[in-house]
Design a binder for this molecule. Structure first.
Ligand code: MRU
Length: 350
């Protein structure tokens, strides 16, 4: 699934965080070497590093970086590391993985900076293992839901290896289905305004040799109406206890359209994306981003001077519109459970 030569989206090298600069793809493959917490925060906020699992790992590696810079050991430097951790955790508000990664790495601080780094590196490995389990489970589910014909799947944003340590979530499941010979075509939503679909998902699918076409975001419902979509697979940034799911803006509209056309709508995300402290999605903080992302692209201005824009980075899809939420541990079918969500004890679609 992952090309053998693939550079990891985020890793650690001799005291620095090394990450693929996702802003430059697909035209340029550029690596960032991140040596300070301010640089890391800027990389997160500008989406050089993006995708919920990847930003969780960045948070953990950031705590390791801070602990190293402050020579944290047996209480020494602890206050400074905790201050850096607080800034990091707030860099982006919606994906719960960021605060989770920071919190988990901080829990090792008393044992010194080497222990923090060891745990952050373990998290990179765990991300790969958990995602591999989740994508297999999701692929099994899709095969069970649409058993007969070659699949035409639709996806939104980027949920592949770039958004994780490796493997991916929803896009990982699509690549798993491709490995099983089940994919006819992937319709990739462009994902306005920052084009994570057109730039990143298309790049990953091209790398893997999987047939795809870009889909104008606003053409998604029309594609479903024309019978071009058998299943929709997306990732998540935060899932509330009842299954309401925050993901890239446009996901909610896709779920409404999929329900209208009777098309399975599946969310693939690790357990670390669930926020069980939130009963439902109304408590999810949605990041609002700059007007300039909508009024132009790159250096080109496309709207009249002074135009304002509504630019939420995410929306929240109500659980009732989701056919299944799939993690490394369980397949949850919110439409069926009453009240709230019941984990599927057998680990398969209920
Ligand atoms: O703003 P982004 O690009 O970080 O948003 C990413 C998404 O919404 C992804 O779908 C989500 O994080 C899942 S990534 C496996």
């Amino acid at each position: 699934m992952t090309p053998p030569s693939a550079v990891p989206s985020i890793t650690w090298d001799d005291g620095v965080i090394v990450a693929i600069d996702q802003r430059a793809l697909p035209s340029e493959q550029r690596l960032l070497r991140i040596e300070t917490i301010s640089q890391l925060i800027e990389s997160l906020q500008s989406l050089a590093i993006r995708g919920a699992p990847a930003i969780g790992l960045a948070g953990a590696l950031g705590v390791a970086l801070s602990a190293r810079l402050h020579h944290a050991n047996r209480g020494v430097g602890e206050e400074a590391v905790r201050a850096d951790a607080a800034r990091l955790a707030e860099a982006r508000p919606t994906a719960v993985n960021l605060a989770w990664g920071v919190r988990r790495a901080l829990a090792r601080l008393e044992s010194g900076h080497e222990a923090v780094l060891a745990d952050a590196l373990a998290m990179l490995d765990e991300d790969t293992t958990t995602n591999r389990a989740a994508v297999r489970r999701a692929a099994d589910l899709v095969e069970a839901l649409v058993p007969e014909r070659p699949l035409r799947v639709m996806t939104h944003c980027n949920t592949g290896r770039l958004a994780t340590a490796a493997v991916g979530t929803a896009l990982g499941a699509i690549l798993e289905l491709a490995d099983r010979g089940r994919i006819e075509e992937v319709l990739v939503d462009e994902t306005r305004p920052l084009l994570q679909g057109a730039r990143l998902t298309a790049w990953e699918l091209g790398e893997a040799g999987v047939p795809y076409r870009l889909c104008v975001d606003s053409a998604a419902a029309a594609a479903m109406d024309r019978g071009m979509v058998d299943c929709v697979l997306v990732g998540a940034d935060r899932i509330a206890a009842n299954g309401d799911t925050a993901n890239k803006i446009g996901t909610y509209g896709l779920a409404v359209s999929a329900a209208r056309h009777g098309i399975p709508f599946i969310v693939v995300a690790p357990e670390s994306t669930w926020d069980l402290e939130l009963h439902d999605g109304s408590g999810i903080v949605v990041e609002d981003r700059a007007h300039s992302e909508v009024t132009g692209f790159g250096d080109t201005v496309t709207a009249p001077a002074g135009a304002a824009a509504f630019n939420p980075a995410f929306d929240v899809t109500p659980a009732e519109l989701i056919t299944a939420l799939v993690s490394e541990q369980r397949t949850v079918r919110p439409g069926r459970a009453r009240p709230g969500i019941l984990p599927d004890a057998a680990g398969t679609a209920g």
